[in-house]
Design a protein around this ligand. Sequence first.
Ligand code: SF4
Length: 265
Amino acid sequence: MSTPEEKYSPPRKRLFISLMGLTCLILVGLIFMAWWVPNRGLANIHPDLPHIVGIIMAVLSGLAILGTGLLVLTTALGKDIFFTRFMRLVVIKFLLPVIESVGRMMGLDKDAIRQSFIAMNNSLVISQRQKISPDRVLVLLPHCIQLFDCEIKVTGDINKCVLCGRCDIKGLVEISRKYNIDISVATGGTLARKVIVEKRPKLVLAVACERDLTSGIKDCYPLPVIGILNDRPFGPCFNTTVDVRKIDEALSQILLVEEPELSKS
Ligand code: SF4
């Protein structure tokens, strides 16, 4: 049976978990070598020193294995077991750059690793099972979600949309009304940061491409961000689309709303 977050986070996180396991093995190997190589030299300083350093290295290896196991369990069960917030810090700030390097060495696609990271991040955010009031959640959209030929510019106010249905803005306006939630369209990273500073949300649900979501999640930490990937049927940054149901499902799980009213429009 799938965990709730998997409804909008397909099992792409497996790649990140596999790379994380590999990174953990490399790390443990390096720790072992760091103990083993100078081992004989250490004995010359003091006969007990190799054992003491060996114990320290074993503890470090144990922590690396324990941390990896805890991350895998948290994402597999979708539950906040221990230190989920701290693990998000480790994944975002430390593991991601290492895993990107390992993936690059293995010739893996950069976007596949980023997708996996985003899915993993979403799992960790959802596993905290926070319930947040609608006025503290911000949905951020890229401007390319709007139809290029539309004469109405919804940047600044999504409610200017007249709901013609030629692009996904219609569905997103309906979601905004259904949950009484703030949805902003940002024309770039700088504007997105400005909107976040102004609105001071407790959680951001962002729609973007792999690259922008990954950098956004990193930049926003410790603010939790749920990332939803857009689709680019016409290439990047032009008439992109998003599966509105994924946003609806994500919001229904994080919002402190008993029974959301359906939009009548
Ligand atoms: S749904 Fe129609 S009116 Fe609204 S932004 Fe898209 S094209 Fe414009």
